[in-house]
Write a protein that binds this ligand. Structure first.
Ligand SMILES: [Fe+2]
Length: 371
């Protein structure tokens, strides 16, 4: 069942089939569509991806996500986030260091539970403690969740391949040679997050507060239940994003693209919540960034006298901190503070969705060092 609406037209749909098949001219035409999408709302649907992301791989991943969130509490407790923020994150909790380390600094997580996996990250963790490969992450026992590891591994490899295949398209959209990103994603920093927004009867609680992504771009696999809202650039209105069919892949620009394009490809503000009282919503963002030590700065093609550079050069893995550097400095503690990680957020009186949105102004560009 589709929940599409009259607003559906404002989200472009990019068919990647001809490009993945290597048809002549497909790269250039897809890059032109991508540029229009990135200059506009900053979100687009990516379709006809079966050559790299087969339908069965998506179905198996979604089934695995349903399974882990439906698992007994004891199974999930055994998988609580480890020191690299890999594993199960309960409702109302926060990642160990991370969730307020990404611009524009959400102050707490909302009504959403997740399972997180990392590659070359998290970027806010000292390099010697970062997870490099899928295998380094925290995984459930096969007996507790049969097939989970295989399904998630297969999906992660597929979405990573699709993201990599899109790099020449992004390069051309940025007026660069198709191989511009060669060597820049050899150790890509990524995060796969299996989200579950439980049924929401009162529609008061936010699932994830308004924010803009700090990565290069995000590949969001969502099921048929809408829940994502986007701050539409054309009229500055919060608008609910549609879904397309049983599941759909929505891609949005992150901060690195915003910097490369000198602000022309915005990292658009968005928020997500459960809006259905009868069933939960499942979504799986794949956050995708270049090598953590890559210097990112506005490309010369996007800087002119009329449009001066808006951003200083910065290290891709740099995390805009909200004053929690002391937490990072004490990384490597005993782990006994784990309970604190899962303290429920404190809500202020009169803390409405609108008020929260106003607290998430774009980050200042006055820091250039890597934590
Ligand atoms: Fe996001």
């Amino acid at each position: 069942m589709s929940h599409g609406s009259a607003d559906e037209q404002w989200l472009p749909v990019l068919d990647v089939g001809a490009y993945l098949a290597g048809e002549p001219g497909a790269l250039e035409s897809l890059a032109a569509e991508l540029r229009a999408a990135c200059e506009g709302v900053g979100f687009y649907f990516l379709e006809n991806t079966g050559a790299l992301l087969p339908e069965q791989v998506v179905r198996d991943m979604l089934a695995a996500s349903h399974a882990v969130h439906a698992a007994p509490t004891a199974v999930k407790e055994a998988l609580y986030l480890d020191r690299a923020d890999s594993g199960y994150m309960p409702i109302g909790s926060n990642t160990r260091w991370g969730s307020d380390g990404q611009p524009p600094l959400p102050v707490y997580e909302g009504v959403n539970e997740g399972y997180l996996l990392w590659g070359y990250g998290p970027p806010w963790v000292p390099e010697e403690h970062q997870l490099e490969t899928l295998e380094d992450n925290q995984w459930p026992d096969e007996a507790a969740l049969p097939g989970f590891s295989a399904a998630i591994t297969t999906y992660t490899r597929a979405i990573d391949a699709l993201a990599t295949a899109m790099l020449p398209v992004y390069a051309v959209a940025l007026e660069q040679p198709a191989d511009f990103f060669d060597g820049k994603f050899t150790e890509p920093c990524w995060c796969l997050r299996l989200n579950h927004y439980p049924p929401n009867a009162d529609r008061v609680e936010l699932g994830i507060p308004p924010h803009a992504d700090g990565d290069f771009c995000t590949f969001l696999l969502q099921d048929d239940l809408p829940g994502l809202s986007v701050l539409r650039s054309s009229d500055n209105e919060w608008v609910q994003a549609p879904t397309r069919g049983e599941y759909s892949l929505l891609v949005n620009s992150g901060e690195k693209l915003q910097i490369y394009s000198n602000g022309l490809f915005p990292s658009t503000m968005h928020t997500a919540s459960s809006i259905d009282p009868s069933r939960g919503r499942f979504s799986t963002p794949f956050f995708w960034s270049p090598n953590n030590d890559l210097i990112v700065e506005p490309l010369p093609e996007f800087v002119s006298e009329e449009r001066p550079s808006q951003y200083e050069a910065s290290v891709s893995g740099f995390v805009y901190s909200s004053g929690r550097k002391e937490d990072v400095d004490t990384y490597g503690g005993t782990g006994d503070d784990r309970a604190d990680t899962f303290a429920l957020p404190q809500r202020e009186a009169g803390d409405t969705e609108d008020a929260r949105a106003n607290t998430f102004a774009l980050p200042r560009r006055d820091k250039t060092s890597k934590l």
